[in-house]
Design a protein around this ligand. Sequence first.
Ligand code: FUL
Length: 496
Amino acid sequence: MTAILAIMALLAGGATAQPVLSGTEVALSPDDSMDDIVRKAAHVTPSERQLQWQRLEFTCFIHFGMNTFTGQEWGDGTEDPAWFDPTELDADQWARACVDAGMREIILTAKHHDGFCLWPSEYTEHSVRNSPWRDGQGDLVREVAEACRRHGLELGIYLSPWDRHEPSYGDSPRYNEYFRNQLTELLSNYGEISEVWFDGACGEGPNGKRQEYDWESYYAVVRELQPGAVISVVGPDVRWCGNEAGRTRESEWSVIPSGVDGQAEDLGSRAVLAEAAQRGATLRWHPAQVNTSIRPGWFYHPEEDDQVKPLHHLLDIYYGSVGGNAQFLLNLPPDRRGLIHENDVARLRELDDVLRATFDEDLAAGASCTASSETPEAPATAAADGDDATFWMPREGDRDPSLVLELTDARTFDTVLLQEHIQVGQRIEELALDALVDGTWREVTRATTVGYKRLLRFDPVTTNRIRVRVLSSRLEPTLQKVGVFLSPSEAQGDGG
Ligand code: FUL
């Protein structure tokens, strides 16, 4: 570990060197040249909590609450707690469905906009305590927390700031205190929390005034009680990808200037950075999360039982998000029994079957690697040694960096996985993938950003040698891993 930290410090170099685990921010200036801007951007790094979050890759949103029983997407806060009455609720069934699909975290809607709390909060009567479920003795946050621990999943919390039931809403200081109190309960009583997900929806309270959220004070509660948790969406650590339909960007940057429109297509190219420098913006690590539901709604509606997203659609979102430098947060809405519906479970199983059949065998295992240049600390062999702590980096001044993998035998494949060592920063802007076919290098495909992970899909190729050429990067690029895979026929179609 010490050796790795020393290498990082060396790579970060000069005045921009920062402790790698704390994440970095850097101010741009109108006086910066393009070279200055590129150097600054190349040295922005994630915090430890952002790294841990990124490694979760595929995570689960659970929208469950009063809306499940009223058939609404947004309740208005006048619902009767007596309506919340799941008959067969089983949080282990939820956790099993997630684990079986390869997900690593559950984020539960502890409170949605209607204000009904899935835990017996001390600060309101509008909760499970006044419902018939488990005779008013239930605590769904606890049941989900315990199921997560049993199944090795992380636990995240969605707590809606917008609260259409709470009388203090709109009386800003009073409601801010109410909200901090609820956050404190959730972040103190249920063990380790990996993510706190804040939505920005806001309205007027019964006093006719618009609530002013005190975000900084909410963040302070999270940092104090759960320092390892990322704060997502309206928060400093994780960025909403900009849509709820599962659409992903061709180039997804994690190094983002302040003040950009998070729904724009281009958030981090050199042109965007140059414009940001004119404004004196700040660059920071702000990775994307792609959140979408397996059904049209966020909450369960029986009439949507036959509208579960098809396998190909889910695979395309998976490749675009996990394979496009983002995290995939897929919503599974439990039904009125308190179970994830059979149709959703069956679809998740199909997805997992395809992902396992694709990624269980890395055809690059045991490959020998050579490169246009390398350094003793970052040799070519590191790209296929199966160790996430090591990586290849060409020598400074190598104008055409490339890496060749020689597989143990000629193999047929249609998927290549690339990972940068993002602890150093996100650097690759464009690359080409070549295969040696009949003694000649043939370009198979091109891609732009890599970041944490890029999955490239193409028509099957048979060869024992592949080459990655980095066509454009911010300072020296890194590759921590190159993997080679063959997907089963079910995966080939729309995207493959
Ligand atoms: C939105 C909410 O309004 C939706 O109901 C849902 O919770 C989604 C994830 O966030 O902003």
